[in-house]
Structure formats: C-alpha cells, structure tokens
Write a protein that binds this ligand. Structure first.
Ligand code: AP5
Ligand code: ZN
Length: 217
C-alpha cells in the first residue's frame, strides 16, 4: 500500500506510522525524522533544515522534495510506503503526483488524523524523543518510559525537541492550517481522503486507522 498520513503537529502521526508500517509491512518514511537524522550527523542539509525547523517553518520545497524522492526510490519502498509529514503543501503534493506518475504507481489512501488543538498542545508539551532514534517517542504522562529520561527501546537518552517550545508550536499549528490543510482538499478531489479521530488510547487509534484503510480498499 502507498499511504500519506496527514494531521496537525502532535496528532500522533509518528506514533501511528510506526505501528501501521509494522502491521502493513511497508517502510515508514518521515521527512521530520530524515531532517533530524541529518541534524544529528551535522550534514549541510541538517544545518539548513535546522534553522527552518527551530522557527516552526517549512524547510524549502526544493531540498525537501529531493530528499523525499531519494528515500522513496530506495529498494525497500518498491512495494509500498507510509509517508509521514510529506507532502506538506500543495506544491509538494503536485511533485509527489508527478513522481508517482513517472513510476506508473498511485496512492491508495490519504489518512487524515483529526485531533483538537488543546489536545495536540498537551501532547507536544509532554513529548520526549530518543537521542539515538527519533522514531522512539514517549510522553511524560500518556506513555512514559519505564525509567525517566531513558528510551525503553534502545537505552538512548530522551530529550525534548527544540521545536516543541510553546512559541514554535504556535507557529507550527499556523503553518499547518495555512499551508498543509489545503492538501486535504487537493486529495479529496482525487477521492483519497479517509478521516479518523486521533483521540483516545494509541491502540484504539491504530485499530480505527486499519479499519478505515480496509474499508477504503
Ligand atoms: P515533523 O517531525 O513532521 O513534525 P510535526 O508534523 O510537527 O509532527 P510532530 O512530530 O510534532 O507530531 P506527530 O503527529 O508525529 O505526533 P507524535 O506521534 O510524535 O516536522 C518537524 C519539522 O520538520 C517541521 O516543522 C518542518 O520544519 C520540517 N519538515 C518536516 N517535513 C517537512 C516537509 N515535508 N516540508 C517542509 N518541512 C518539513 O505524538 C505526539 C505526542 O503525543 C507523543 O509524546 C506521543 O507519545 C503522544 N501521543 C500520540 N498519540 C497519542 C494518543 N492517542 N494519546 C495520548 N498521547 C498520544
Ligand atoms: Zn531509542
């Protein structure tokens, strides 16, 4: 399956993507994680991306599209993928369509995760991620690690993302409403959007997502 996940910051895209990717046996491709990996390796791309991410703005399309394309062309993504955080505006969605058309493939669904703003703000405020692998995600109250500050999966140190400050979160939400939400209409016109409530226990949300994707098939 080829799926795009969309939803505001803190909706649980990363959390759900990890689970869905495992169940559906497709790679989880997160542009946010790819940028964070570049930042920790201190690459040129990482240095460029950090300035935009810390401010809560989108990294320029040209570098983002090139990075996403490169990842989607890796052999493990041949049979399908779950995109998390890409596309994030209409021009990225158009670039993705072009890429898929060139390859002669199509998206199966765009899964839209809905969560109220006060909930996403609480989720982001308590989020802790792993220094070794930013797909290892915890929450101080909702899903705490067994030992405070230590990742259950790999023992890495847990920290709060630089872009999770209250001020940056406000900008990220604004950017989501103005730049990312329009892609939902873009994909509705293609009949691809399935919307689910992303509230309640994590497992329930995963169940709802799998049901919705099945129904859509
Ligand atoms: P990115 O990393 O994609 O961040 P985001 O979209 O802001 O989303 P988040 O990672 O904040 O939230 P999430 O929905 O994944 O929630 P999570 O599962 O962690 O992007 C970061 C930046 O990179 C962007 O601002 C931009 O600068 C740049 N960027 C990335 N892609 C780009 C692109 N395509 N173009 C340009 N720039 C790009 O969950 C949040 C918390 O809630 C966790 O603590 C989790 O444990 C908890 N939680 C999750 N589900 C539940 C639940 N059901 N109940 C209770 N708690 C829950
Ligand atoms: Zn870890």
């Amino acid at each position: 399956m080829r799926i795009v996940l969309v939803g505001p910051p803190g909706a649980g895209k990363g959390t759900q993507a990890t689970r869905l990717a495992e169940k559906l046996r497709i790679p989880h491709i997160s542009t946010g994680d790819l940028f964070r990996a570049n930042i920790s390796r201190q690459t040129e791309l990482g240095k460029l991306a950090k300035s935009y991410m810390d401010a809560g703005n989108l990294v320029p399309d040209e570098v983002t599209i090139a990075m996403a394309k490169d990842r989607m062309e890796q052999p493990d993504a041949e049979g399908g993928f779950l995109l998390d955080g890409f596309p994030r505006n209409v021009s990225q969605a158009e670039a993705l369509d072009e890429l898929l058309e060139t390859e002669g493939i199509e998206l199966d669904a765009v899964l839209d995760l809905e969560a109220p703003e006060d909930e996403v703000v609480k989720r982001i405020a308590g989020r802790r991620i792993c220094r070794k692998d930013s797909s290892h995600v915890f929450h101080v109250t909702y899903s705490p690690s067994k030992q405070e500050g230590v990742c259950d999966v790999c023992g890495g140190e847990l920290y709060q993302r630089d872009d999770d400050s209250e001020e940056t979160v406000r900008t990220r939400l604004e950017v989501y409403h103005t730049q990312t939400e329009p892609i939902i209409d873009y994909y509705k016109a293609q009949g691809l959007v399935v919307t689910i409530a992303a509230t309640g226990p994590v497992d329930e949300v995963t169940g709802r997502a799998l049901e919705a994707l099945k129904r859509d098939k």
